[in-house]
Each structure stands twice: as structure tokens, then as C-alpha cells.
Design a protein around this ligand. Structure first.
Ligand SMILES: [Zn+2]
Length: 118
């Protein structure tokens, strides 16, 4: 099992990340009252097994009745994400985004490749 972290989010997005692939819904049914920690670990292991690095739309429904048993159901959407560079970081850079040469602060066009900078 890889040592990387799986991000879990209750919303359908993760700040600073972009979702590049949706792998599908994953679910853990807890019949034995394992507790939230153990059930979450199982959900995260499931996500890792199929190659996800994040779980979005996470939800936990406690006390669902299924065939006369009271169970907790943990669900989420397993996804693969990529880092998004924060826009501030892009604007503060001193290098041309296109060719990589250093540029002046107020320069509007790159002197090397003529890419638009602002
Ligand atoms: Zn350039």
C-alpha cells in the first residue's frame, strides 16, 4: 500500500486541486459498529486500491436499516487529482510562462518569444 495521503472532502471540489479522472463511487458498509475511524480507513484503502488520490462527495449515513440490521454507510466518489498552481503564484513569477526567460515586473510582452505576459 502506498504511503501517499488520500484527501477526503464532503464537497465536490478540493481547493488547489483539479479533478482529472472520476473512478467511481466507493462504499463501506459497517455492520459491526467499527467506529468512524476504522470505517474511514477502509474507505480510504478502497480508494487507494483503485488508484485514487482523493475522495469527494464524502458522506456518512448512520443508522440505516438494511434487512433488520442497523448499519452505517460511508460513501464517496473516488477521483484522481492534479495540483493547480494558485493564480497569485503565476502572477508573481519573474519568468516568462512560455519560454522561461526572466522578465521585468511591468513587461507586457516577452522580449524573447513575444508571449503576452499580462
Ligand atoms: Zn518568452
Amino acid at each position: 500500500m502506498g504511503g501517499f495521503q488520500v484527501i477526503v472532502s464532503k464537497t465536490d471540489y478540493i481547493p488547489t486541486k483539479k479533478i482529472v479522472e472520476v473512478l467511481g463511487e466507493i462504499k463501506v458498509k459497517d455492520y459491526k459498529d467499527l467506529g468512524e475511524g476504522e470505517s474511514m480507513q477502509r474507505l480510504i484503502r478502497k480508494a487507494k486500491t483503485i488508484g485514487a488520490d482523493a475522495i469527494i462527495n464524502f458522506s456518512c449515513r448512520r443508522g440505516e436499516i438494511l434487512w433488520y440490521d442497523l448499519i452505517d454507510i460511508y460513501t464517496g466518489l473516488a477521483v484522481i487529482t492534479e495540483d493547480v498552481i494558485p493564480i497569485k503564484q503565476v502572477l508573481n513569477t519573474n519568468f516568462c510562462w512560455n519560454c522561461g526567460i526572466s522578465i521585468e515586473k511591468d513587461q507586457r510582452y516577452c522580449r524573447n518569444c513575444f508571449a503576452k505576459l499580462i
